[in-house]
Design a protein around this ligand. Structure first.
Ligand SMILES: [Zn+2]
Length: 168
């Protein structure tokens, strides 16, 4: 049973409504309660966004079993990021200030980051307001590996962890 249907004005609902549109290397995993996408900012290599299959403003508005499943899938995805990329630390963030649809950001943090004590958003915001913002943003979007390679590494690791897949 689903808590709500998709909302046509929501960018995540739009994305979930047809995952066949996703270019290669963007959809990481299709879980029963959520879908994992590769995140924009691959300066933090392995950054993923886990989007609930159900639209609502607050995660606490999900049905209890959906919330439990979504949370378990977040931790499993985080384990895969850790195993695949061996970061120094993981950041888990569920904000929803810009898009009111439950989604987790999982950011691997690395020991060589100058701003490792700050949330990544401080770094992203500084890049967006810099005089050379195009270059700064491009630098934060790029990882050492190509997006398809990062995605492949995560998929392989999720398979090893026997991550559940949505029957589609
Ligand atoms: Zn939505």
């Amino acid at each position: 049973m689903s808590s709500t249907s998709l909302n046509p004005s929501c960018p995540f609902c739009h994305r979930l409504s047809d995952t066949n549109r996703e270019p290669p290397g963007e959809l990481v995993w299709s879980f029963p309660n959520s879908i994992a996408f590769l995140g924009r900012w691959q300066h933090w290599q392995g950054y993923v966004v886990l989007v609930s299959r159900h639209h609502c403003r607050e995660p606490i508005h999900l049905q209890p079993e959906e919330l439990l499943g979504f949370t378990q899938e977040m931790y499993l995805l985080a384990r895969a990021v850790e195993k695949a990329f061996a970061p120094n630390k993981l950041n888990y963030e569920l904000l929803g200030n810009q898009v009111e649809h439950p989604h987790w950001h999982i950011f691997p943090r690395y020991a060589n980051e100058a701003e490792r004590l700050q949330p990544v958003w401080v770094v992203i915001s500084a890049a967006e307001t810099a005089s050379n913002c195009k270059e700064e943003i491009a630098m934060l979007e790029a990882g050492e590996l190509q997006r398809t390679e990062i995605c492949h590494k995560l998929k392989t690791t999720l398979k090893l962890l026997n991550a559940p897949r949505n029957p589609e």
